[in-house]
Structures are given as structure tokens and as C-alpha cells.
Design a protein around this ligand. Structure first.
Ligand code: ATP
Ligand code: MG
Length: 394
């Protein structure tokens, strides 16, 4: 008996003519995630990728864990593979199902026969397998409405597959199928969640981080680097552009009205991100802004920030409550890092009374009193690039 994994497509199963492009990217992403664990055979059929380990020592638990973070998969179904012979299936599936059935009180069998040449029809398969299970576990009861365990038996082209476990996949579409975007990544809770959400929609997400030493510490940078590492299981490789922002913030402090500090700072971030994006081929920016969360995220403030960007700005958490964002941050394991108390450049020179309803023309006028262009050019030139692979820097 051999255990394989049936990795089932999510949304891409519904794609039309371009489906194979998505499948190619999904398969490539899966191979990259599993390669460090050993070698596998991959077969693509019927909106499923069959992942077959090539040796017995592969840690299948870890395979499942890794597959859970791959966007594009709707479900991960570990299965035992048998010859398409009902007697053999009945005899051999019992030891495989032991873990699932030992503690259960109720079960049902669901059969699907996509190989129509198989002599038994689905209801007959269900009956035969159900009987075999009841023989082995006389205390079990069949419950077709609300069973504790659902045993699936699929008769497919290649063989008969029996499984009792179905893990929900990460959903979305494969990273790399939508192009690439640049995330304004702070050390906070929201922007890493924004990265996760846009990677889920197929974008390659890289980060740009603004740091203002000595106002911000080395530890604040390390925190952002840790966040990148934590995002890689979902996002794949991440590049992090670190922009030295101190001089710009000091110029801002010395030359602009205090009540506009935050908005102008955010506009300058947008301008720099646009330059980096244009240089490196990113098609959009991403931020972790949420409507009304702070003064810089009111509708008027967002209008002013948006006006500084030529590229579209995606704000996937804009309509979410802090609690909803936090729940995702916990799920993707960025929360504990995000709440470490190191200062962000946003908290340097925070105005005492930030304008919550800034007017774009006033902001532009205030901004134009100082020529930021040479400082912007210098900051872009001095930007440092870090690269992260799953769990490691490279
Ligand atoms: P977060 O939790 O993501 O830090 P926040 O609630 O602290 O967000 P702000 O500090 O107003 O909100 O930042 C809003 C967005 O601006 C962030 O989500 C992020 O996309 C971007 N941003 C803020 N500070 C930085 C920074 N130092 N470098 C890069 N982007 C930043
Ligand atoms: Mg922040």
C-alpha cells in the first residue's frame, strides 16, 4: 500500500482556455515547496495533481503542512492507492483507515467512479466498502447525514483511491499567475496580512520598507525581515527593498507644516515606491490601510495619498476590522512578530494634531515649498535589497 496526496484545484478548476497556464504555475510552486523534502512523481489529471513520494522516508506530515500554504489548492486529500479491484481495495484499505476509524463512532462511504469501465457503480462500491468497514469495526455505525468520518473511494483512470482525510487548501490562485506588486511593508499587523491577501490572488509580492535610523532601530529592521521570512511559505520568494528615509523625514520636519507631516510622508513613500516599481517592473503597489483606522486612513487622507501614485494601489484590508485582520495575522503566524514594540518611521515626528480631512491642493502647496526630488533620488540610489526564500535569506 502506498500513500499519495491528491492536491485538488480550487478556483482554477473553473478556468477556461487558459487553465493550463495556471496549472503550470501551480505545479511549479508545489514542486519548489516540496523539493527539500525528497523526490516525488507528479501526475496531472482531472483538476488534481497526484503527488507520489519516491521513497518511504519522506515525512508526509510535513508534505501536508507545506501544501496547506500553496495558493491555488482547494483541498489536500491524502489517499491510499490500490489496483482497481474491489476485493483488493476492501482487504487493504482497513489498515490504512485505522487511524481515522479507531476513535470514530459513525462513518459513511462516498464513492465516485470516473472510470466508467469499472464494473461496480458508485452505490455498489459504497455498499461493498461500507460492509468491509463494518466487518472490521463492528461497533461503528453508518450515519449518512452527519458522520464523524467520511471515507472516500474514487475509481479514477490510474487506480482506486481511498481516503479519510480532507484538508482544506489555501484557496486563491497560484502565486505568479497575476504579475508582481510592491508592498509597503511596515512592521505592523496590517501590511503582512495585505501581502498574504494579494499573494492569494496570484500576485508575486515583494516588499519596500522605509527606515529612519537612528530614530528607528536595527531591531525594527530585523522585525520586518522576520516578517518577510514568515510570509515566504505563502508568498514564495520575497525581495525586500529597504529605503533610507531619515533625511527625507528631517527635511519634512524642517520645512512643512506639522499638521501635514503624516500625509506628506505617506505621499513621499508612494513616490519612492513608484520609482522603484517602475525600475523593477512592479505593476501595482499594496498597502495595509484600513478605512478610518487612523488619521492617515480617512477617505480624504487616502485621496491625498493615492494622488501621489501613478500605479494602482491595492488595499486588501481596507474594509476589514482590526479583529478580522488580527485573526488572519495569527493564522499566518505574523502576529507575534508584528506586536513587538519597535518604533516605525511613521511614529517619528508624529504631529500632535494630524489633519484628518486634508485637502489635496493645500497638501500639494505645502509639499512644493521644499524640493524633495534630490533627496528622493538619493534614497532610491541608496536602497538596499534583501532576498528571502522560504525560511532563509539568500
Ligand atoms: P501596519 O499595521 O501595516 O503598520 P498601521 O495601522 O500601522 O499599518 P500606518 O502606520 O498608517 O498604519 O501605515 C499604513 C500603511 O502604510 C501600512 O500598512 C504600510 O502599508 C505603509 N507603511 C507604514 N509605515 C511604513 C514603513 N515604514 N515602510 C513601508 N510601508 C509603511
Ligand atoms: Mg504601521
Amino acid at each position: 500500500m502506498k500513500e499519495i496526496i491528491m492536491a485538488k484545484y480550487g478556483e482554477i478548476a473553473l478556468k477556461g482556455l487558459n487553465k493550463s497556464t495556471f496549472e503550470d504555475i501551480l505545479l511549479k510552486n508545489i514542486k519548489r515547496r516540496l523539493k527539500p523534502l525528497g523526490s516525488f512523481n507528479y501526475t496531472r489529471k482531472q483538476s488534481t495533481i497526484y503527488i507520489e513520494p519516491c521513497d518511504d522516508n519522506i515525512d508526509m506530515g510535513e508534505v501536508k503542512e507545506r501544501l496547506k500554504t500553496v495558493f491555488g489548492l482547494g483541498a489536500i486529500q491524502p489517499s491510499a492507492v490500490f489496483q482497481k479491484d474491489m476485493d483488493e481495495v476492501k482487504a487493504q484499505c482497513i489498515p490504512y483507515l485505522k487511524d481515522a476509524l479507531d476513535l470514530a463512532r459513525t462513518f459513511k462511504v462516498e464513492a465516485k467512479r470516473s472510470d466508467k469501465s469499472f464494473p461496480l457503480k458508485s452505490p455498489d462500491i459504497q455498499l461493498a466498502l461500507g460492509d468491509a468497514i463494518l466487518d472490521a469495526y463492528p461497533n461503528l455505525k453508518v450515519d449518512v447525514h452527519d458522520p464523524e468520518v467520511t471515507v472516500k473511494c474514487e475509481i479514477r483512470d490510474i487506480g482506486a483511491y481511498v481516503s479519510a482525510e480532507r484538508i482544506i487548501g489555501a484557496g486563491g490562485i497560484p502565486v505568479g499567475s497575476s504579475g508582481k506588486a510592491l508592498l509597503l511593508l511596515s512592521g505592523g499587523i496590517d501590511s503582512p496580512v495585505a501581502a498574504y491577501m494579494m499573494a492569494k490572488r496570484g500576485l508575486i509580492v515583494d516588499g519596500i520598507h522605509f527606515q529612519s535610523p537612528p530614530y528607528t532601530s536595527e531591531r525594527a529592521l530585523i522585525k520586518v525581515q522576520t516578517l518577510c521570512e514568515k510570509l515566504t511559505p505563502y508568498c514564495g520568494d520575497i525581495r525586500l527593498h529597504c529605503v533610507p528615509f531619515t533625511e527625507i523625514q528631517e527635511a519634512l520636519r524642517d520645512n512643512c507644516p506639522e499638521e501635514f507631516f503624516t500625509i506628506i510622508m505617506r505621499r513621499l513613500m508612494m513616490k519612492i515606491a513608484n520609482i522603484v516599481a517602475e525600475r523593477d517592473g512592479y505593476g501595482a503597489l499594496i498597502t495595509g490601510e484600513s478605512m478610518g483606522q487612523v488619521a492617515s486612513q480617512t477617505l480624504k487622507a487616502i485621496q491625498c495619498t493615492d494622488a501621489a501614485s501613478k500605479l494602482p494601489v491595492f488595499r486588501p484590508v481596507i474594509g476589514m476590522d482590526k479583529k478580522e485582520i488580527t485573526d488572519i495575522a495569527r493564522k499566518i503566524d505574523t502576529f507575534e512578530t508584528s506586536i513587538l514594540p519597535y518604533e516605525d518611521c511613521c511614529t517619528v515626528f508624529t504631529p500632535r494634531h494630524p489633519k484628518t480631512r486634508p485637502v489635496l491642493s493645500e497638501i500639494e502647496e505645502a509639499e512644493s515649498r521644499f524640493d524633495f526630488a534630490p533627496l528622493i533620488e538619493k534614497a532610491v540610489k541608496e536602497t538596499v535589497l534583501y532576498k528571502y526564500r522560504v525560511g532563509e535569506e539568500y
